[in-house]
Design a binder for this molecule. Structure first.
Ligand code: PGA
Length: 247
C-alpha cells in the first residue's frame, strides 16, 4: 500500500496561492508516498494544470450525491473529475456541522464519487464531549458503518480519523489513543468490506504538523495524514510528506 499525505485547504487560497504548489513540486518530497492537495473547487482546474507532470494529485472537498440536476450551487462528482480531481474529501466534520450532513448522506455522496471514478476520503471523528464520555469507539464505529459504501475497496476508499476537538486547535490525542482508534477502524472496516479493509489507507487528521508527524506515522495502522493548516505552506507540507515517506 502507498501511504497518502493529503492536504485540505478548506476555504483558503486563491490563484496567487498556487505558488505554494510550485514550491511543493520543486521540493520533490517523498517518492515513497502519494501526495494530494484538496483546494477550494475554484482552484481544482488551475491547480491541476500547475501540477501536470508532477507527482501531486488534486482533489475536492465535497460533492453532491446526485449526478446532475436542479441543485443550485452544488457540484457533482463527475464535474470534479472534469476539472481534474482524482479524490474527494467527504463528511469532514466541518461539513457535518456547518451543513448538517449525516453519515447516510456522506455514504450517498461516496457512492456518487465512486461511480464517477473518484477516490473517496471519508472522514469520521468524535467530539470532545463524546471522548470524555467514553463513547469514542461507539461513535466512530457508527459513523464508519453508515458512511462507507458497500462497494468500497482498497483502491477507491480512504478513511480519515479526525477527532473534532483536534482540528485546528493544536491539540492531538495521545499516540496510544490514535493507535487504539486506527486498530479499531481496521477491524471494523473488515466486518464491513472484508479482506479489502487490509489495504484501505487510514489517515489521521487533526493538528498534524512537521513537529509531530513522524511519531504519528510510526504508529501501526496509520497510513498517512489529512492535514489542514499545515498544508497551506509548501515548506510545512513538504516536511510532513517527507516524514511519511521515511516512516
Ligand atoms: P488541521 O485540520 O490540520 O488544521 O487541524 C485538519 C483537517 O480538518 O483536515
Amino acid at each position: 500500500m502507498k501511504k497518502l499525505a493529503a492536504g485540505n485547504w478548506k476555504m483558503n487560497g486563491s490563484l496567487a496561492a498556487l505558488t505554494q504548489v510550485d514550491a511543493l513540486i520543486a521540493a520533490e518530497p517523498a517518492p515513497e508516498c502519494e501526495m494530494l492537495l484538496c483546494p477550494p473547487a475554484t482552484l481544482i482546474a488551475p491547480m491541476t494544470a500547475r501540477a501536470k507532470g508532477s507527482r501531486l494529485w488534486v482533489g475536492a472537498q465535497d460533492c453532491h450525491a446526485k449526478a446532475a440536476g436542479a441543485h443550485t450551487g452544488d457540484l457533482s462528482a463527475a464535474m470534479l473529475v472534469d476539472a481534474g480531481a482524482s479524490h474527494v474529501i467527504l463528511g469532514h466534520s466541518e461539513r457535518r456541522a456547518d451543513h448538517g450532513e449525516s453519515s447516510e448522506l456522506v455514504r450517498q455522496k461516496a457512492e456518487a464519487a465512486l461511480a464517477a471514478g473518484l477516490i473517496a476520503i471519508v472522514c469520521i471523528g468524535e467530539t470532545e464531549a463524546e471522548r470524555d464520555a467514553g463513547e469514542t469507539l461507539a461513535v466512530i464505529g457508527g459513523q464508519l458503518d453508515a458512511s462507507v459504501p458497500a462497494a468500497a475497496t482498497a483502491a477507491n476508499l480512504v478513511v480519515a480519523y479526525e477527532p473534532v476537538w483536534a482540528i485546528g486547535t493544536g491539540r492531538t490525542p495521545t499516540l496510544a489513543q490514535i493507535a487504539e482508534v486506527h486498530r479499531f477502524l481496521r477491524d471494523r472496516l473488515g466486518q464491513n468490506i472484508g479482506a479489502e479493509a487490509a489495504g484501505v489507507r487510514l489517515l489521521y487528521g487533526g493538528s498534524v504538523k512537521p513537529s509531530n508527524a513522524a511519531e504519528i506515522f510510526a504508529l501501526p495502522d496509520v497510513d498517512g495524514a489529512l492535514v489542514g493548516g499545515a498544508s497551506l505552506k509548501a515548506d510545512d507540507f513538504a516536511a510532513i510528506v517527507a516524514a511519511l515517506s521515511a516512516a
